[in-house]
Design a protein around this ligand. Structure first.
Ligand code: SAM
Ligand code: SF4
Length: 347
């Protein structure tokens, strides 16, 4: 005789409502910082002597999986793992392999990663095998000495080998470059031609006032409106509607055929269509990159094996998602508007 059939147990949160904030924005995009550590020390991101979190404060890979899966059950369709440098977290592929199940069921559209590229020679094939299709690689210069100056500890050759490996594995690579006054500003056209020549989009990022670091931010800040107006006499920049779900305004460059994005949090307000939230490696949920309000998800995660408390905490936090941010560099004190570093919240 057959064993009596049991009612199927719904996947965590399967019957729960999608997350919608008070401004009717559906939360469909989650960025998760899986570590605050990194093998580089980019001058705009970290100080040279960063104090990192004690390992026991970090969510385990299993906890990260539970947390991401809870968001997927609530309507998140796109997941990006970032950091710190996500690919330096030990056994990180265990998490990718596990999250890949949501791609297979169709619950998730995209599983992406933002990386400095240093570990791609090792992991590109495996990422592709997990169903990762797109990756963002941060690269601000093609000059080895300048690369070393910007990243302090990085090796350009390794990153370029990583990009080769990623493209070889069939991953779609987008390059992110922070535009830095007096550092790489003259190089932006050649960086763009290089990226487009290899079939990669380029997004330029304005320095954001996050975290206390040594060089004065006002010195680094290069408005992208200026970069754009310098490119305009040389290139035909055609506005396009293309949106990668991010806060970039985008043009197609007629001469190269490639896309160029401008991420301008300081000069342009992109909050209206914000569909994203961020979680740190300690399980703190930030509803807005530019505000300090946050919710602790680690305590409810650890308080019970069921996810009810976790879902309640997520709902309560999303109900507080602010309408927008208010980034400013305080020109009198030169203090950042938000004290935490980008490597904590995840870029
Ligand atoms: N380590 C990975 C990387 O570099 O791609 C992922 C984390 S990093 C924090 C994510 C992105 O944030 C990178 O593209 C980096 O250039 C950018 N970033 C870091 N600090 C920034 C800042 N203060 N202003 C603007 N962008 C920043
Ligand atoms: Fe590391 Fe990325 Fe920050 Fe550079 S930008 S220090 S690679 S986390």
């Amino acid at each position: 005789m057959n064993a009596p059939s049991r009612a199927p147990v719904p996947a965590t949160g399967a019957s729960r409502a999608p997350l919608v904030d008070p401004f009717r924005r559906a939360i469909t995009y989650l960025r998760v910082s899986v570590t605050d550590r990194c093998d580089f020390r980019c001058v705009y991101c970290m100080s040279e002597n960063m104090a990192f979190l004690p390992k026991q404060d970090l969510l385990t890979l299993e906890e990260l999986d539970r947390l991401c899966s809870a968001f997927v059950a609530r309507g998140v369709r796109k997941l990006r793992l970032t950091g710190g440098e996500p690919l330096v977290r030990r056994d990180i592929m265990v998490l990718f392999r596990s999250l890949a199940r949501h791609l297979k069921t169709g619950a998730l559209d995209e599983l992406n990663v933002t990386t400095n590229g240093s570990q791609l020679p090792r992991y590109a094939e495996e990422l592709a095998a997990c169903g990762v299709k797109r990756i963002n690689v941060s690269l601000d210069t093609l000059d080895p000495a300048r690369f070393r100056d910007i990243t302090r500890w990085g090796d350009l050759a390794k990153v370029l080998a990583g990009i080769d490996a990623a493209q070889g594995a069939g991953l779609h690579v987008k390059i992110n470059a922070v535009a830095l006054k007096g550092v790489n500003e003259e190089e932006i056209p050649s960086l763009m031609e290089w990226a487009h020549g290899r079939g990669m989009d380029l997004s330029l990022i304005e320095v954001m006032p996050l975290g206390d670091i040594e060089p004065a931010r006002i010195d680094q800040y290069l408005p992208l409106s200026l970069v754009r107006s310098r490119l305009a006499p040389r290139y035909t920049l055609e506005d396009i509607d293309y949106k990668s779900g991010g806060p970039a305004s985008c043009v197609r460059v007629a001469e190269t055929g490639g896309r160029l994005g401008f991420i301008t949090p300081l000069t342009h307000n992109f909050c209206e269509g914000c569909n994203r939230v961020r979680v740190t490696c300690t399980g703190t949920l930030y509803m807005c990159l530019g505000q300090d309000d946050a919710a602790d998800l680690r305590a409810p995660l650890r308080a019970s094996e069921a996810d009810d408390l976790l879902h309640a905490a997520i709902e309560e936090a999303i109900a507080r998602k602010p309408k927008g941010h208010d980034f400013v560099i305080d020109r009198r004190t030169n203090r950042p508007a938000v004290a935490r570093h980008m490597s904590v919240t995840g870029g």
